[in-house]
Design a protein around this ligand. Structure first.
Ligand SMILES: [Zn+2]
Ligand SMILES: [Zn+2]
Length: 245
């Protein structure tokens, strides 16, 4: 099925992405999308925008025509104690906060499954983030069930990343299937992101939707299924969020 919401999109404020904000918006409008989230990388990644660029997302309009544009950021886990790489000024501007592992110097060795699991559990527990992204990445082994149980307890969503099932993070697919099966078992909310680095990919969830079909995860439980689901999720998250500092 087509989903009217895409919660993970990059603009060329990250130089490894190729479309401007406006090109992304036009593409989403042409595809009759209802909501998109612009989620550029947090400052710890080599190719991140300057932190002013994230903070200044306050100038973005809430709607362009009928398209809702959420201000977001894809933060980096920087240690195992529940810390990420944005400050309070960026945090306060954002409608939605994604978080995940990327290969950054600050975090160091990605191969320790116990440390990775602890890092995500503490991050979720901190209530500073809304969605854990691309957890199926085999570069960062994780005890999925432990993290998913924590996500359920804290009302945090787990992302299925369409790009992980295509050109990025090779070897993610079997892990993503496992994650979806565990989310189904524990009734954990999932979110879909295309992780678009070019405007044409916005809203294209074909690979993710195939996996959803295979695992039988109920589509109507997915945040991206409807604007109503998204609004309920954001409202619930607002009630739980804590200050960064
Ligand atoms: Zn990422
Ligand atoms: Zn991304």
């Amino acid at each position: 099925m087509r989903y009217p919401i895409d919660l993970h999109i990059h603009t060329n404020n990250n130089p490894h992405a190729y479309s401007t904000l406006e090109e992304n918006i036009r593409s989403a409008q042409a595809k009759n999308m209802e909501v998109i989230a612009i989620t550029n990388h947090g400052p710890a990644l080599q190719d991140s925008p300057h932190w002013w660029s994230l903070m200044n997302m306050r100038v973005l309009p809430e709607y362009v025509g009928t398209l809702r544009v959420l201000k977001g950021v894809e933060t980096n886990v920087v240690d195992e104690n529940g810390n990420f790489d944005i400050n309070q000024r960026i945090y306060d501007v954002m409608d939605i906060i994604l978080c995940g592992f990327h290969t950054i110097e600050a975090y160091g060795d990605p191969r320790d499954i116990i440390r990775n699991t602890k890092a995500l559990v503490n991050m979720i527990n901190s209530q500073k983030i809304d969605i854990v992204v691309h957890m199926g990445n085999p570069t960062f082994p994780i005890e999925y069930e432990r993290v998913i149980e924590e996500a359920v307890k804290n009302g945090v969503a787990i992302e299925i990343n369409n790009s992980s099932l295509r050109e990025s993070r090779k070897g993610s697919k079997p892990n993503c299937k496992k994650i979806l099966e565990l989310c189904k078992k524990h009734d954990c909310t999932i979110s879909l992101g295309t992780d678009s680095h070019i405007s044409y990919d916005i809203g294209e969830f074909e690979e993710a939707d195939k996996l959803i079909e295979e695992t039988g995860y109920p589509r109507e439980r997915i945040i991206n299924y409807s604007k109503e689901n998204l609004e309920n999720f954001l409202k619930m998250r607002k009630g739980k969020k804590r200050k960064v500092l």
